[in-house]
Design a protein around this ligand. Structure first.
Ligand code: GLY
Length: 291
């Protein structure tokens, strides 16, 4: 354990760890406020000596890349930062091709790793790049939206959109580590927080009535931040980790996690994925009501 991680443990900062149990491909989801500051030490503990390509969209890079880069430097990890435009249209072939080229140009080898710093778009695109470059590289998710922290960063679904529909080209490629810093959600617009909350409520609807009741009692505190927010993220991740461990490749039970998503994707398609009109979590929220 590094000095920084040890110091945090001694100071009693309450992070939670959820294990995704997938045999040799098992990994931890670390959840807590301020994890970005110690991300370097956390990554170095899992992938010692790896060089990193860090992929972020322009908005997230402006908000969080400096702090993240600082923690990598403190842990002695070299990195190359690559930015992409914000928005769903970035999940496309041309960005996929560009990122593969940039990762190779940075001379990353197998044994190095690619980091997604951002929301679902960056996580899905980056994971797909990691699944393809050199026939598969290690991949770390640092989700910065509620939706990514409770859903898209966990479970290894990666991909891009096709003219035939959303997420139709991709691969299952599990991350080696997920670092969910719940403090970064403080800068998330409330509309996006609410959209991510739809996925949190989904876990309550999928057979955890206690969690649903707890959310009904605590949603304001979850929105406000603090320990209830961490608890909601951790309970959601535990629910997802359990389903993914039982059915990684979605041959049965994992399809439950798509509750509301068929309607949701149709609604997103009907507005041509224009996020000013509808974001994914809003589509899921309306879709769950329709379902
Ligand atoms: N978002 C649904 C799943 O990961 O299976």
């Amino acid at each position: 354990m590094s000095d920084t991680v040890m110091a945090r443990a001694l100071l009693g900062r309450d992070e939670q760890t959820v294990r995704v149990d997938l045999g040799a491909r098992s990994y931890d989801i670390r959840i807590g406020r301020g994890l970005l500051e110690t991300a370097g030490a956390e990554i170095a503990a899992v992938l010692p000596g790896a060089r990193l390509a860090v992929i972020a969209d322009e908005t997230v890079a402006g908000l969080h890349l400096d702090a993240f880069a600082e923690s990598l430097k403190a842990a002695g990890l070299d990195h190359t930062a690559i930015t992409v435009p914000a928005g769903e249209s970035t999940k496309c072939f041309s960005q996929f091709e560009r990122l593969c080229d940039e990762v190779l140009a940075a001379r990353l080898e197998r044994g190095d790793a690619i980091v997604a710093l951002g929301g679902g778009v960056v996580g899905d695109l980056t994971g797909f790049v990691a699944s393809a470059v050199r026939r598969g590289m290690a991949f770390i998710q640092v989700p910065t939206t509620l939706l990514a922290q409770v859903d898209s960063s966990v479970g290894g679904k990666t991909g891009i959109n096709s003219r035939h529909g959303k997420n139709l080209i991709g691969a299952f490629h599990q991350p080696a580590l997920v670092l969910a810093d719940t403090a970064v959600l403080d800068t998330l617009p409330v509309r996006d927080f609410r959209a991510g909350y739809a996925e949190v409520a989904k876990y309550g609807l999928l057979g955890d009535a206690d969690f649903f009741t707890w959310l009904e009692d605590n949603w304001q505190a979850v929105f406000a931040g603090g320990s209830e927010r961490d608890e909601a993220v951790a309970r959601s991740c535990r629910a997802k980790a359990e389903v993914v461990a039982a059915d990684e490749l979605e041959s049965g039970r994992r399809a439950l996690l798509n509750l509301g998503h068929t309607f949701g994707h149709a609604l997103e398609s009907a507005v041509s994925y224009e996020t000013e009109r509808l974001v994914h979590g809003e589509g899921v929220s309306i879709g769950m009501m329709l379902a």
